[in-house]
Ligand binder design. Sequence first.
Ligand SMILES: [Zn+2]
Ligand SMILES: [Zn+2]
Length: 273
Amino acid sequence: MFNSNCHTHTVFCDGNNTAEEMVQSAVSLGFKSLGFSVHSPMNIENSYAIKPNLVEEYINTILSLKEKYKDKIEIYNGIELDSNWDFVDLSKFDYIIGSVHHLHCPGRIYAVDKSIEETEECVNKEFDGDWLSYAKCYYSELCRFLCGLKPDVIGHFDLIEKYNNKGKLFDSTIPEYQLLVKVYLDRICDCCPDSIFEVNTGAMFRLGNDVPYPAQFILKHLKQRNMKITISSDAHSTDALDFEFERVQALCKNCCFDEAYMLKGGKFEAVKI
Ligand SMILES: [Zn+2]
Ligand SMILES: [Zn+2]
Protein backbone atom coordinates (compact mmCIF):
# COMPACT_ATOMS: atom_id res chain seq x y z
CA MET A 1 0.00 0.00 0.00
CA PHE A 2 1.02 3.62 -0.49
CA ASN A 3 2.86 4.26 2.76
CA SER A 4 3.36 8.00 2.88
CA ASN A 5 1.28 11.17 3.21
CA CYS A 6 2.42 14.69 2.33
CA HIS A 7 -0.80 16.49 3.33
CA THR A 8 -1.23 16.55 7.11
CA HIS A 9 -2.10 19.16 9.74
CA THR A 10 -1.31 19.47 13.46
CA VAL A 11 -2.21 21.70 16.41
CA PHE A 12 0.03 24.37 14.85
CA CYS A 13 -2.99 25.14 12.64
CA ASP A 14 -6.36 23.38 12.77
CA GLY A 15 -5.25 19.80 13.39
CA ASN A 16 -6.20 17.82 16.50
CA ASN A 17 -2.89 16.13 17.24
CA THR A 18 0.65 17.25 17.91
CA ALA A 19 3.28 16.71 15.24
CA GLU A 20 4.95 14.03 17.38
CA GLU A 21 1.66 12.13 17.80
CA MET A 22 1.27 12.18 14.02
CA VAL A 23 4.82 10.86 13.57
CA GLN A 24 4.29 8.04 16.07
CA SER A 25 1.07 6.97 14.33
CA ALA A 26 2.77 7.08 10.94
CA VAL A 27 5.58 4.87 12.27
CA SER A 28 3.09 2.37 13.67
CA LEU A 29 1.34 2.27 10.29
CA GLY A 30 4.64 1.39 8.66
CA PHE A 31 4.91 4.66 6.72
CA LYS A 32 8.25 5.30 5.01
CA SER A 33 7.79 9.06 5.13
CA LEU A 34 5.48 11.76 6.47
CA GLY A 35 5.14 15.37 5.35
CA PHE A 36 3.57 18.17 7.37
CA SER A 37 1.70 20.86 5.46
CA VAL A 38 0.72 23.60 7.88
CA HIS A 39 -1.90 26.10 6.65
CA SER A 40 0.08 29.20 5.66
CA PRO A 41 -0.48 32.50 7.47
CA MET A 42 -3.34 34.36 5.74
CA ASN A 43 -4.08 37.99 4.94
CA ILE A 44 -7.84 37.49 5.41
CA GLU A 45 -9.86 36.56 8.49
CA ASN A 46 -9.95 32.83 9.15
CA SER A 47 -9.98 30.31 11.96
CA TYR A 48 -7.51 27.71 10.75
CA ALA A 49 -4.20 29.16 9.54
CA ILE A 50 -1.00 29.17 11.59
CA LYS A 51 -0.36 32.43 13.43
CA PRO A 52 2.69 34.17 11.90
CA ASN A 53 4.52 34.21 15.24
CA LEU A 54 4.37 30.39 15.39
CA VAL A 55 5.95 29.67 12.00
CA GLU A 56 9.50 29.48 13.35
CA GLU A 57 8.45 27.16 16.18
CA TYR A 58 6.61 24.96 13.64
CA ILE A 59 9.71 24.61 11.49
CA ASN A 60 11.97 23.92 14.48
CA THR A 61 9.54 21.32 15.84
CA ILE A 62 9.43 19.44 12.54
CA LEU A 63 13.21 19.66 12.15
CA SER A 64 13.74 18.20 15.63
CA LEU A 65 11.29 15.35 14.89
CA LYS A 66 13.13 14.73 11.62
CA GLU A 67 16.30 14.16 13.64
CA LYS A 68 14.69 12.25 16.52
CA TYR A 69 12.92 9.72 14.29
CA LYS A 70 15.47 9.53 11.47
CA ASP A 71 16.04 5.78 11.95
CA LYS A 72 12.32 5.04 11.75
CA ILE A 73 10.76 7.39 9.17
CA GLU A 74 11.60 10.30 6.87
CA ILE A 75 9.98 13.55 8.06
CA TYR A 76 9.45 16.66 5.91
CA ASN A 77 8.34 20.19 6.71
CA GLY A 78 6.00 21.48 4.06
CA ILE A 79 3.37 24.17 3.85
CA GLU A 80 -0.12 24.35 2.36
CA LEU A 81 -0.01 27.75 0.76
CA ASP A 82 -3.40 29.41 0.38
CA SER A 83 -4.07 31.90 -2.42
CA ASN A 84 -4.53 34.51 0.34
CA TRP A 85 -1.22 33.72 2.00
CA ASP A 86 0.57 36.26 4.08
CA PHE A 87 4.31 36.63 3.73
CA VAL A 88 6.39 33.70 4.87
CA ASP A 89 9.89 32.67 3.75
CA LEU A 90 9.12 29.80 1.39
CA SER A 91 12.78 28.73 1.18
CA LYS A 92 12.45 27.36 4.72
CA PHE A 93 10.09 24.57 3.61
CA ASP A 94 10.83 21.23 1.95
CA TYR A 95 7.82 21.51 -0.38
CA ILE A 96 4.71 23.56 -1.11
CA ILE A 97 1.11 22.50 -1.64
CA GLY A 98 -0.91 25.17 -3.51
CA SER A 99 -4.60 25.45 -2.56
CA VAL A 100 -7.55 27.79 -3.02
CA HIS A 101 -10.04 27.87 -0.13
CA HIS A 102 -11.84 31.19 -0.77
CA LEU A 103 -13.61 33.12 -3.49
CA HIS A 104 -13.51 36.91 -3.62
CA CYS A 105 -16.85 38.43 -4.57
CA PRO A 106 -17.69 42.14 -4.59
CA GLY A 107 -18.08 43.11 -0.94
CA ARG A 108 -17.53 39.67 0.52
CA ILE A 109 -15.10 36.75 0.65
CA TYR A 110 -16.67 33.27 0.80
CA ALA A 111 -15.00 30.08 2.02
CA VAL A 112 -15.29 27.24 -0.48
CA ASP A 113 -15.05 24.46 2.10
CA LYS A 114 -16.35 25.85 5.40
CA SER A 115 -20.01 24.79 5.31
CA ILE A 116 -22.71 23.76 2.89
CA GLU A 117 -24.71 26.85 3.98
CA GLU A 118 -21.92 29.27 3.07
CA THR A 119 -21.40 27.53 -0.27
CA GLU A 120 -25.10 27.68 -1.16
CA GLU A 121 -25.32 31.30 -0.03
CA CYS A 122 -22.42 32.20 -2.28
CA VAL A 123 -23.93 30.45 -5.32
CA ASN A 124 -27.38 31.93 -4.76
CA LYS A 125 -26.39 35.51 -3.86
CA GLU A 126 -23.36 36.03 -6.06
CA PHE A 127 -24.09 33.77 -9.06
CA ASP A 128 -27.91 33.77 -9.19
CA GLY A 129 -27.91 30.10 -8.30
CA ASP A 130 -25.80 29.21 -11.35
CA TRP A 131 -23.34 26.49 -10.33
CA LEU A 132 -21.45 26.68 -13.61
CA SER A 133 -20.62 30.36 -13.02
CA TYR A 134 -19.59 29.53 -9.48
CA ALA A 135 -17.38 26.70 -10.76
CA LYS A 136 -15.83 29.01 -13.36
CA CYS A 137 -15.00 31.56 -10.67
CA TYR A 138 -13.31 28.87 -8.53
CA TYR A 139 -11.29 27.26 -11.35
CA SER A 140 -10.16 30.57 -12.81
CA GLU A 141 -8.86 31.64 -9.39
CA LEU A 142 -7.18 28.24 -8.96
CA CYS A 143 -5.58 28.56 -12.40
CA ARG A 144 -4.35 32.11 -11.71
CA PHE A 145 -2.84 31.12 -8.37
CA LEU A 146 -1.23 27.84 -9.47
CA CYS A 147 0.25 29.22 -12.68
CA GLY A 148 1.95 31.97 -10.67
CA LEU A 149 3.16 29.62 -7.94
CA LYS A 150 3.97 26.34 -9.75
CA PRO A 151 3.77 24.41 -6.47
CA ASP A 152 5.23 20.96 -5.85
CA VAL A 153 1.73 19.64 -5.14
CA ILE A 154 -1.71 20.85 -6.24
CA GLY A 155 -4.15 20.61 -3.33
CA HIS A 156 -7.69 19.16 -3.60
CA PHE A 157 -8.15 20.24 -7.23
CA ASP A 158 -11.98 20.18 -7.30
CA LEU A 159 -12.65 21.36 -3.74
CA ILE A 160 -16.05 22.72 -4.85
CA GLU A 161 -17.20 19.07 -4.88
CA LYS A 162 -16.79 18.88 -1.09
CA TYR A 163 -20.51 19.16 -0.28
CA ASN A 164 -21.62 17.63 -3.56
CA ASN A 165 -21.49 13.96 -2.65
CA LYS A 166 -23.77 11.96 -4.97
CA GLY A 167 -24.47 15.21 -6.86
CA LYS A 168 -26.70 16.65 -4.17
CA LEU A 169 -25.85 20.28 -5.00
CA PHE A 170 -25.08 20.23 -8.70
CA ASP A 171 -24.65 17.74 -11.53
CA SER A 172 -20.94 17.35 -12.14
CA THR A 173 -21.51 14.70 -14.81
CA ILE A 174 -22.89 17.13 -17.40
CA PRO A 175 -20.62 17.93 -20.37
CA GLU A 176 -20.82 21.70 -19.71
CA TYR A 177 -19.20 21.28 -16.28
CA GLN A 178 -16.63 18.70 -17.37
CA LEU A 179 -15.62 20.77 -20.38
CA LEU A 180 -15.15 23.84 -18.20
CA VAL A 181 -12.98 21.88 -15.77
CA LYS A 182 -10.85 20.47 -18.58
CA VAL A 183 -10.18 23.93 -20.04
CA TYR A 184 -8.69 25.11 -16.75
CA LEU A 185 -7.05 21.75 -16.06
CA ASP A 186 -5.26 21.90 -19.42
CA ARG A 187 -4.02 25.43 -18.68
CA ILE A 188 -2.72 24.31 -15.30
CA CYS A 189 -1.03 21.22 -16.83
CA ASP A 190 0.62 23.48 -19.43
CA CYS A 191 1.82 25.97 -16.79
CA CYS A 192 2.79 23.46 -14.12
CA PRO A 193 4.00 20.31 -15.93
CA ASP A 194 6.07 19.21 -12.93
CA SER A 195 3.43 19.75 -10.25
CA ILE A 196 1.93 16.65 -8.62
CA PHE A 197 -1.85 16.37 -8.28
CA GLU A 198 -2.93 14.92 -4.97
CA VAL A 199 -5.65 12.31 -4.79
CA ASN A 200 -7.04 13.47 -1.47
CA THR A 201 -9.35 11.43 0.80
CA GLY A 202 -10.03 14.29 3.25
CA ALA A 203 -13.75 14.65 2.53
CA MET A 204 -14.19 10.86 2.54
CA PHE A 205 -12.93 10.90 6.13
CA ARG A 206 -14.64 14.06 7.32
CA LEU A 207 -17.99 13.83 5.51
CA GLY A 208 -18.21 10.24 4.37
CA ASN A 209 -18.01 11.19 0.68
CA ASP A 210 -17.82 8.26 -1.73
CA VAL A 211 -14.90 9.51 -3.79
CA PRO A 212 -11.70 11.51 -3.31
CA TYR A 213 -10.71 14.78 -4.93
CA PRO A 214 -10.34 14.93 -7.86
CA ALA A 215 -13.30 13.24 -9.58
CA GLN A 216 -12.61 10.26 -11.79
CA PHE A 217 -13.04 12.12 -15.10
CA ILE A 218 -10.32 14.52 -13.94
CA LEU A 219 -8.01 11.66 -12.96
CA LYS A 220 -8.47 10.11 -16.39
CA HIS A 221 -7.67 13.42 -18.05
CA LEU A 222 -4.57 13.80 -15.88
CA LYS A 223 -3.40 10.39 -17.04
CA GLN A 224 -3.94 11.39 -20.67
CA ARG A 225 -1.87 14.49 -19.99
CA ASN A 226 0.83 12.31 -18.42
CA MET A 227 0.69 14.22 -15.13
CA LYS A 228 1.96 12.95 -11.77
CA ILE A 229 -0.19 12.03 -8.79
CA THR A 230 0.28 11.39 -5.07
CA ILE A 231 -2.11 9.91 -2.53
CA SER A 232 -2.92 11.90 0.62
CA SER A 233 -5.64 12.29 3.21
CA ASP A 234 -5.39 15.94 4.32
CA ALA A 235 -5.20 14.39 7.80
CA HIS A 236 -6.18 16.59 10.72
CA SER A 237 -5.85 13.70 13.20
CA THR A 238 -3.85 10.49 13.62
CA ASP A 239 -6.80 8.26 12.68
CA ALA A 240 -7.02 9.83 9.21
CA LEU A 241 -3.39 9.26 8.22
CA ASP A 242 -3.98 6.40 5.76
CA PHE A 243 -7.75 6.73 5.38
CA GLU A 244 -9.07 4.75 2.39
CA PHE A 245 -5.60 4.60 0.80
CA GLU A 246 -6.18 1.05 -0.39
CA ARG A 247 -9.46 1.92 -2.14
CA VAL A 248 -8.07 5.08 -3.67
CA GLN A 249 -4.98 3.30 -4.88
CA ALA A 250 -7.26 0.85 -6.72
CA LEU A 251 -9.19 3.80 -8.16
CA CYS A 252 -5.94 5.33 -9.46
CA LYS A 253 -4.99 2.01 -11.05
CA ASN A 254 -8.42 1.91 -12.68
CA CYS A 255 -7.57 5.25 -14.26
CA CYS A 256 -4.40 3.58 -15.60
CA PHE A 257 -1.90 5.08 -13.16
CA ASP A 258 0.74 2.53 -12.23
CA GLU A 259 2.84 4.86 -10.13
CA ALA A 260 2.38 7.62 -7.60
CA TYR A 261 4.87 10.07 -6.12
CA MET A 262 5.92 10.06 -2.49
CA LEU A 263 8.44 11.93 -0.37
CA LYS A 264 11.63 9.93 -0.49
CA GLY A 265 15.31 10.83 -0.14
CA GLY A 266 14.62 14.57 0.01
CA LYS A 267 12.22 14.83 -2.91
CA PHE A 268 9.10 13.38 -4.48
CA GLU A 269 9.91 10.03 -6.11
CA ALA A 270 7.78 7.69 -8.20
CA VAL A 271 6.79 4.40 -6.59
CA LYS A 272 4.77 1.55 -8.08
CA ILE A 273 1.18 1.30 -6.91
ZN1 LIG B 1 -6.80 22.69 1.95
ZN1 LIG C 1 -5.05 20.71 4.11
